[in-house]
Design a protein around this ligand. Structure first.
Ligand SMILES: [Zn+2]
Length: 265
């Protein structure tokens, strides 16, 4: 699943071909993925121009000239393709957005967990998300304040999008390693010093992910090379790059978690 860095790279790549284009139609082949009534989507979207594309957490946010917001969430296997209308179709394309230049934005999604929303008020989709970890005004004190009165385990908290936005399994594991924190720790045991290290570790891991154009772990997300820089994620049984001990794997909150039990306390 793409996390914050991967979605950020996708957004940056779509601005060139899409900002300034106007939607002329939309075809929905898998209605379950569209969280706006399809007749409403088809009546409201055409004629609106894409003024900007940004990211909030793992959502792509299309700011439209009519004042509406189109949100796309890629979930497990979503992929966005901008192609000429003459390009051959693909059976895994679930939604087709027609553009005013004989191209289409095709939302391909093998596993069908991806989502499409067209809303007037963006908060209907993104209103309950936690803070953006890379925002300029997100300070160490803001991060520490999130942990007040929390008792859950560290790793599931970092994955909770209402707690903090955009972090998934890869960047949570890499951040805990860089901060020297056992992902099984409970929030109420973390000291101010622990939280300070974790704040910087998260921002450094996400920034490194963006610099390396994201992690490419399957055929869906292409072109990134952050997978060559993982220090714990997916390295079960291999030696820790810091101390040489074997990297451990446990399941925490239903998710594979990789860590060094010597370096992470
Ligand atoms: Zn180690």
């Amino acid at each position: 699943m793409p996390e914050l860095p991967e979605v950020e790279i996708i957004v940056r790549g779509l601005r060139g071909p899409l900002v300034g284009r106007t939607f002329t139609g939309v075809t929905v082949r898998w209605p379950n993925s569209v969280k706006t009534p399809v007749p409403e989507l088809q009546a409201t979207l055409p004629g609106q121009t894409i003024e900007q594309i940004t990211r909030r957490a793992k959502y792509l946010w299309f700011h439209l000239s009519g004042g509406d917001s189109l949100f796309l969430h890629l979930k497990m296997s979503g992929d966005l393709l901008v192609l000429p209308v003459t390009e051959p179709d693909d059976p895994h394309v679930r939604t087709i957005f027609d553009l005013d230049n004989d191209h289409q934005l095709r939302f391909k999604d093998t596993r069908k967990f991806g989502r499409v929303y067209l809303v007037r008020n963006p908060n209907a989709v993104i209103g309950r998300l936690g803070p953006e970890p890379l925002a300029d005004d997100f300070l160490p004190a803001d991060f520490a304040a999130l942990f007040a009165r929390r008792r859950g385990r560290l790793k599931p908290l970092l994955l909770n999008q209402k707690f903090i936005a955009g972090i998934g399994n890869i960047y949570a594991d890499e951040s805990c390693f860089a901060a020297g924190l056992d992902p099984r720790r409970t929030a109420d045991t973390l000291s101010a010093d622990d939280l300070g290290r974790l704040y910087h570790a998260i921002r450094q891991a996400l920034t490194a992910g963006i610099v390396h154009k994201g992690a490419s772990l399957d055929s869906v997300y292409r072109g990134g090379e952050f997978q060559n820089h993982f220090r714990v994620y997916g390295r079960t049984g291999q030696p820790c790059l810091r101390c040489g001990a074997e990297i451990q794997r446990v399941v925490l909150g239903g998710r594979s978690t990789h860590f060094c039990s010597t370096c992470q306390r």
